[in-house]
Design a protein around this ligand. Sequence first.
Ligand SMILES: CC(C)(COP(=O)(O)OP(=O)(O)OC[C@H]1O[C@@H](n2cnc3c(N)ncnc32)[C@H](O)[C@@H]1OP(=O)(O)O)[C@@H](O)C(=O)NCCC(=O)NCCS
Length: 166
Amino acid sequence: MDEKCERITLSISINRLCKRSVDDFMSQLVHIDALSGLGKIWSKENFLLYMPGKWTLSLVAYSAHSIAAPDTSKDKTVIGYCIMSEKSPRCAHIHRLVVKTGERSCGIGTSLVKKAIDTTLVSGKYKFLSLKLPQNNKRLFKFYSGLGFFWIFSENSHKFMIATCE
Ligand SMILES: CC(C)(COP(=O)(O)OP(=O)(O)OC[C@H]1O[C@@H](n2cnc3c(N)ncnc32)[C@H](O)[C@@H]1OP(=O)(O)O)[C@@H](O)C(=O)NCCC(=O)NCCS
């Protein structure tokens, strides 16, 4: 692991992105999303949009600037996030997974997805964790396949994948 990745991974925490912390993190979330490279950029309204289970399932990865005020969201630098919701009582869904440009390829995306798997499937709360990705993004397909997701069907230039505990 190179020095940059070591610095990032050592200082990182991954926690639940609850309704209260999303307000504190909002400007960082919108900024990161605008530079994510994803086709449709998320605004504040997208982040706040109601979806069942969103504020108990979603995750944020951040590094803290100081240990003097460890509970202040404003003192934290967001590195990435994973927005999830409950699609059905048996299935949670990943809507958005983004790691800040410049902090990628250091394992943060993997850690976010692994934590998502832990809190949904390993905990026994859900039987399936689903997501969709652009049909032609082979790099992303490999990324999710390596984390245990498998292809189920394709529709409108997107692939749908799921992971399950079984
Ligand atoms: C996909 C993403 C979340 C991965 O985060 P990360 O912290 O870089 O991931 P990790 O370091 O744990 O793993 C690296 C792997 O992620 C994948 N990856 C990294 N950058 C990527 C990118 N721009 N596009 C697609 N896949 C990417 C690759 O499989 C990479 O492995 P490789 O370096 O061997 O090619 C991050 O690249 C990102 O935010 N991309 C833009 C948003 C996006 O495409 N989100 C997914 C929508 S379904």
